[in-house]
Design a protein around this ligand. Structure first.
Ligand code: ADP
Ligand code: ASP
Ligand code: MG
Length: 405
């Protein structure tokens, strides 16, 4: 008998028919003898709608209240799914984050899971009951509901699997696995049977929304057996595995893009020690993540320009933080551009092969696409380009690295 955590994303529970189809699928697993814990997301579109309400009522809203609002999406599906299972003849009970509880830190709207109490869940699962856990939410040290950041139900699922010592964590979604790039924009994308944790981590962190970054981080650390598969078809998906499990390693395993970025440029910043700290310190204090950074050396040694990227959702806040610290930083002008996209190529093969970055730059040049910012890591090269060229760039790179199916 295997203990399996199954997570169903928004499109998989988008309406009552799909919820019933999931219940039927879970029943098959239970009948086959598995002990199943379910994690569910909000119905497709619901979280976006809830976020939109928050932004409209208060653009710079209190994150505790945001969490109160956005956590309700998963509450609805956990109750409906428990009912659908009961209707199908499976003993089931819904669980909100605070009821388990799933303890998190106090970083409202992007909280981290600290621990999960599993004794009661285990007892009920052993007695044949299926817990239907609301994904994406937890309980903070302030005794208030927290949420885990967009896409956070994946992390709930992996954390529950780790806490239960589950044999597998299956992430059911609207594609049948992890592809070499987003199959929705590149028809020639290829499904991968396996991908390493490290590559999946990089792919997720630079925009492949198929898994939340933290879920991959956690699965890698806790050695959770993680699979991404289709909720509509019955076939194996993609396993995320340690590097030793992959025999034939490709040079590049994926191309990703992220439209969640915005570019900020400070013109005429003093070229002296302490300026970067003066800019990025206040942004960090405001909990704003900065991703890519470029700074030029000034020819005369007096002033220079500084360009960096932040999440598009944080742009307004970032600009107000910069403005509030204008006196200390000292700059001529700020420019913001939300019309950018970060395109990245990822592969562990990069460690041992030269020329990956130059292929990327040449391919983009041939398409007439200008590169605004570049950043690299051991297994990734990212460039920031004009958003209008995203699809062209992703398709061209996919072909250039021989990934087309
Ligand atoms: P869910 O609601 O099930 O959590 P998501 O929308 O969060 O689903 O993630 C699935 C989506 O991820 C797919 O529909 C696909 O468009 C997108 N995606 C982006 N990059 C990839 C990739 N490399 N492989 C598979 N899917 C990807
Ligand atoms: N419903 C949340 C979101 O849309 C969490 C998730 O789906 O994973 O971000
Ligand atoms: Mg998701």
């Amino acid at each position: 008998m295997a203990v399996v955590v199954k997570k169903f994303g928004g499109t998989s529970v988008a309406d009552l028919e799909r919820i019933q189809a999931v219940a039927a699928r879970v029943k098959r697993a239970v009948d086959a003898g598995d002990q199943v814990a379910l994690v569910v997301s909000a119905m497709a579109g619901v979280t976006n709608q809830l976020v939109d309400y928050c932004v409209k009522i208060s653009p710079l809203h209190d994150a505790r209240e945001y969490d109160t609002v956005v956590a309700t999406g998963e509450a609805v599906t956990s109750g409906l799914m428990a009912m659908a299972l009961q209707q199908a003849g499976v003993a089931a009970r819904s669980w909100l984050g605070w009821q388990i509880p799933i303890h998190t830190d106090d970083a409202h709207s992007r909280a981290r899971i600290l621990g999960i109490e599993t004794a009661e869940l285990r007892r009920r699962m052993a007695a044949g009951e299926v817990p239907v856990i609301a994904g994406f939410q937890g309980l903070g040290p302030d005794n208030r509901v927290t949420t885990l950041g967009r896409g956070g139900s994946d992390t709930t699922a992996v954390a529950v699997a780790a806490a239960l010592g589950a044999d597998r964590c299956d992430i059911y979604t609207d594609v049948d696995g992890v592809y070499t790039t987003d199959p929705r924009i590149v028809a020639k994308a290829r499904k991968l049977d396996k991908i390493t944790f490290e590559e999946m981590l990089e792919m997720a962190s630079v925009g492949a929304k198929v898994l939340q970054t933290r879920s991959v981080e956690l699965a890698m650390k806790q050695r959770v057996r993680l699979q991404v598969l289709s909720s509509f078809e019955d076939k194996p998906g993609t396993f995320v595995v340690p590097e030793e499990e992959i025999v034939e390693q490709e040079l590049i395993s994926g191309v990703t893009y992220s439209r969640d970025e915005a570019k900020v440029t400070l013109l005429r910043v003093a070229d002296r020690p302490g300026v970067a700290a003066g800019i990025f310190g206040p942004l960090a204090e405001a909990n704003i993540n900065v991703d890519m950074i470029v700074q030029n050396v000034s020819p005369q040694g007096d002033t220079t320009d500084m360009t960096f990227t932040v999440g598009r959702a944080d742009l307004e806040r970032a600009l107000s933080v910069i403005e509030a610290h204008r006196g200390e930083i000292g700059y001529g002008e700020v420019r913001a551009d939300a019309g950018v996209c970060k395109v990245s190529v990822i592969g562990v093969g990069m460690r041992s092969h030269a020329g990956i970055a130059s292929t990327m730059f040449r391919t983009l040049a041939e398409k007439g696409i200008n590169i605004q910012v570049i950043s690299t890591s051991e297994i990734k090269v990212s460039v920031l380009i004009d958003d209008a060229y995203t699809e062209l760039a992703v398709r061209a790179l996919h072909g250039a690295y021989g990934l087309d199916a």
